[in-house]
Design a protein around this ligand. Structure first.
Ligand code: S3P
Length: 169
């Protein structure tokens, strides 16, 4: 794979995209970026605020324009928000313009890693486990359809996942 290509991590909330992405960027000498973080910087507000004031669609608009901007750069490791695959235009961009790695984990592990987290508006519900399950049912086929590699993060260190990503590039 060319050094210029962007490596993009996709998958559900709590799967470890940002943590693994940071480690992977160090191991591959690439710059790390995170769509959620860039959206927050550009908006000057955090994600709960954006969902509150502009709704999920407002957030998706911002997320989509950040994604297309970042994919114009080269040599990135890019962590994405779990819902990036909801827009067809994003799926099209990702599948054609990046090396896409789909990270997976069990629902129980995702629940554990997102518990007591107030920064994810979609999980501020009575039954976060059911919500995680329904999001995965909806999104798993979309993640699968655009990924070049699928890697489990279940009970693994970020370093061991990053090593597997590198061996699959
Ligand atoms: C979302 C995932 C979040 C963030 C927003 C919506 C989703 O990112 O983009 O809260 O729809 O799954 P992480 O996957 O980094 O938690």
């Amino acid at each position: 794979m060319s050094l210029d290509s962007n490596i993009v991590l996709i998958g559900p909330m709590g799967v470890g995209k940002s943590t693994i992405g940071r480690v992977l960027s160090q191991m591959t000498n690439r710059e790390f970026k995170d769509t959620d973080q860039v959206v927050e910087e550009k908006t000057g507000a955090d994600i709960p605020w954006i969902f509150d004031v502009e709704g999920e669609e407002g957030f998706r608009d911002r997320e989509s324009s950040v994604l297309s901007e970042l994919l114009n750069e080269t040599g990135l490791v890019l962590a994405t928000g779990g819902g990036i695959v909801m827009r067809e235009a994003n799926r099209e961009l990702l599948s054609t313009q990046a090396r896409v790695v789909y990270l997976t984990a069990s629902v129980n592990q995702l629940l554990k890693r997102t518990r007591r987290d107030r920064k994810r508006p979609l999980l501020q519900v009575d039954d976060p486990k059911a919500k995680i399950e329904s999001l995965i049912n909806l999104r798993h086929p979309l993640y699968e359809s655009i990924s070049h590699t699928q890697i489990s993060t279940e009970n693994r260190t970020p370093k061991s996942v990053a090593e597997e990503i590198i061996s699959n590039l």
